[in-house]
Design a protein around this ligand. Structure first.
Ligand SMILES: Nc1ncnc2c1ncn2[C@@H]1O[C@H](COP(=O)(O)OP(=O)(O)O)[C@@H](O)[C@H]1O
Ligand SMILES: [Mg+2]
Length: 306
């Protein structure tokens, strides 16, 4: 029987769903915290040590969570993901994809670099420059969003609406990430979350925030939407721009009716999405990992032996 490691510190509902989906495909899986993984660089021993996989490394790893921590700690966790991939083990999503998407500055750059629509954004270190940018934007009638470079679930996001808000403009560990606020179309506040797996948009929902923050973790309500081809294509291109096996893509439709990509998540949750649609996301994810990445490895190895 194959054996998969699911990296997470908080398995919960998603962990149970994944375990069941892997089990249905004939794979056992174990939850492991990246904080418990280590390197032992010594001849004759497995260099990457994962609890529960001491004798044999997993057939694949599913990354459901990367803990926060100091720069050194996070680099170590990413090193484990990079090292596993370097030894030929499928890592879903891989360390590079996680690295790029956890960093909102790099995400914005890569989206823009791929020619995809994303709001006007500044990422910088200098406070005077940050204040000057904000002042010019406010005077031009725009509002700004200030985000922590490594945040998620709406944490630490602020809206700068007027000059007096500049008093509390704070950096995130020395870095300012400022983005022009996009007014969404329609009544109230909403954006779209599109779930992409292996280049296919498999489901989407509209998230309606209680205020301008449309994260489900902040109480936004989920509504199923038809996947219109333009929205689906944009989400797929966003996932490709960040080289992700799967992604949760946040896209706002502005007042003029144009879509703009806000964020591409490499470790997206899907409980909210599944509450409004019939798609079994865990099954699709497990199927993609097993059939496309693990079985491909096996076929390649057999071809080499022949
Ligand atoms: N430029 C923006 N204009 C309007 N709303 C935004 C903008 N950026 C973020 N938001 C709102 O804040 C939410 C969270 O922002 P996001 O960049 O996705 O960070 P997080 O990783 O915390 O989810 C978005 O889903 C959206 O509702
Ligand atoms: Mg988001």
């Amino acid at each position: 029987m194959g054996h998969i490691a699911i990296f997470t510190d908080d398995p919960g509902w998603h962990g149970r769903q994944l375990r069941q989906a892997f089990s249905d495909l004939g794979y056992a899986s174990d939850f492991v915290s990246l904080t418990e993984c280590k390197f032992t660089i010594e001849s004759g021993a497995l260099p990457i040590r994962i609890p529960g996989f001491e004798d044999m490394l997993p057939d694949a790893v599913f990354v459901r969570g990367v803990p926060g921590g100091s720069l050194e700690e996070v680099v170590l966790y990413l090193d484990v993901l990079h090292a596993l991939k370097a030894t030929g083990i499928p890592v879903y999503n891989d360390g590079h994809a996680v690295e790029r998407s956890v960093d909102k500055g790099m995400t914005s750059f890569l989206l823009h670099n791929a020619g995809l629509p994303t709001p006007v954004t500044w990422v910088l270190r200098n406070r005077e420059n940050a204040l000057a940018i904000a002042e010019v934007e406010l005077k031009a009638g725009n509002m700004l969003i200030s985000k922590p470079l490594f945040g998620s679930q709406g944490e630490g996001i602020r809206r700068i609406e007027k000059m007096t808000d500049l008093f509390w403009l704070t950096s995130s560990h020395g870095v300012y990430y400022l983005q022009r606020f996009v007014h969404c179309e329609g009544e109230g506040f909403s954006d779209n979350r599109v779930f992409v797996i292996n280049g296919l948009a498999v489901a989407a929902m509209r998230r309606r925030g209680k205020f301008w923050l449309n994260n489900v973790a902040r109480g936004a309500a989920c509504e199923l939407i038809e996947l219109d081809p333009e929205l689906a294509l944009l989400a797929v291109k966003a996932a490709n721009a960040l080289s992700m096996d799967y992604a949760g893509v946040d896209i706002i439709k502005d007042k003029a009716g144009n879509y703009t990509i806000i964020e591409v998540n490499s470790i997206p949750a899907w409980k909210g999405l599944e509450s409004v649609c019939d798609v079994n996301i865990a099954e699709l994810l497990a199927g993609d990992l097993v059939n496309r990445l693990i079985c491909k490895e096996t076929t390649d190895a057999l071809a080499l032996e022949l």
